[in-house]
Design a protein around this ligand. Sequence first.
Ligand code: NDP
Length: 246
Amino acid sequence: MERTLEGKVIAITGASSGIGEATALLLAEKGAKVVLGARRTERLQSLSDRIEAAGGSCIWLEADVTQRNDLQKLVDLACERFGTLDVIINNAGVGQLSRIDELDVEGWEQMIDVNLKGVLYGIAAAMPVFLKQGSGHIVNVISTSGIKIVPTQGVYAGTKNAVRTITEALRQESAGQVRVTGISPGFVQTEMPNAMKNVTMKNAIRDTMESIAISPQAIARAIAFAIEQPADVEIGDLVIRPSVQN
Ligand code: NDP
């Protein structure tokens, strides 16, 4: 593996499974020092053990992205232990899919708190470091949900499209100092359905995943591609779908 990310310090939220986990493994293999956050600490510990056993550098922290201070602690940890932060990957997300007229208000709030406010808190924690050092990279994991609007994904897509809009505005504002990338995966084989409350949707998404989903490594490769570009090259938006996804 070419070590194109040698020494880069990269924080990843939602690193305990799926896309976040695959990204942590790949970036560490490419030489990055990864700083992992999620709520399931036993997962983070075993991922960290795997990365270190393979010769990589990894630290982790219990971090709930709905808590602004947890994102601050994650960024502080990177700076204290590795001296800086080069990239933050705002990846943590939940999908409480259901029709709007089912009025799953708690599910809406959870998606707004994790998918939207969690990303904003990540930006708020990393930005002062990036501005001070005159460089940095914000990578937001969005979704094809919202590029194509479908029933049962209204609020989920709403949170993702809010992040898409914020990502593009931030990219324009940053004018080269801070690079900004939006990553929009289609169906990816992960644990995402496990957290879904709506059993019909959970089973439907699991079925679709089983039949067409691509591996989380495909998204990890896209994230690595965006980060490993030279400083004057910014990858704005990448959409990575299964070839068969419509
Ligand atoms: P997983 O369920 O495997 O991973 C989700 C991650 O988010 C977990 O590590 C989980 O960690 C974390 N997470 C959830 N809530 C919180 C929270 N409050 N604070 C911190 N971390 C949290 O699913 P994916 O890997 O698929 O999801 C990653 C991202 O990809 C999400 O943003 C999702 O919306 C997006 N995505 C996924 C697609 C797919 O088909 N799988 C398609 C398009 C986008 P923990 O529970 O340990 O806190």
